[in-house]
Design a protein around this ligand. Sequence first.
Ligand code: PGA
Length: 233
Amino acid sequence: MQKLIIANWKSNKSPAQAGAWAQEVAALGGQEISTGVTPIVALAFTLLPAVSESLQKIGWSLATQDLSPFAAGSYTGAVSAINLQGLNVRYAILGHSERRRYFQETSAMVAQKVDQALQAGLTPVVCVDEKTVAEQARVLGADVTGQCIVAYEPSESIGTGNNAPVGKVKEFREEVMRLFGAVPFIYGGSVNESNAAEYLLVADGVLVGEASLDAKQFIALLHSARGNSQAAV
Ligand code: PGA
């Protein structure tokens, strides 16, 4: 499979900055790059209209960083799958450690969101670490685990520059395969253009926070990822 390179902007960027980033990646050859890897941009809901069309034109997909645990209805403040229709969203990052930590998200809530994503035809990217992986797999249940992309995000590596040793990622992958089945497995935590390629030898993709905010840096990362996109896992 093509390597999944997911930019996670978190709560960064104004709509104007998001639009400028999309223009810049297109001008830097974003379309040509996407023949070797699958670039996906996960951004705040309000930024979707600013980039949806231009990124679709170059063949990139969009992801949300969260999703309502409920379908459309009386859930003030929540963004349901139907609210996203027509915006080129194909993936939803769910259960990121920052959501679990700052918004008290539990594995049960994540499972509800995964269910909503699947019903809407969105692919859930479920984030786990050593502490949550077994519980999350159990709560999702065997029918659902196999439909997810699993992201290993060790919290000590997120935003710290302290990226995980590749051997540890490889080991964690084995645990994910045991608990979730043969699902796509990606790594996130201080990934940048200098270290992305080594993770792609043991993972099907990377989730990139800080190093995705600058268009040039993200394009450089895609180039380095492409160099290894054919490598065996
Ligand atoms: P980082 O974030 O690349 O800034 O460490 C990764 C993530 O949280 O997805």
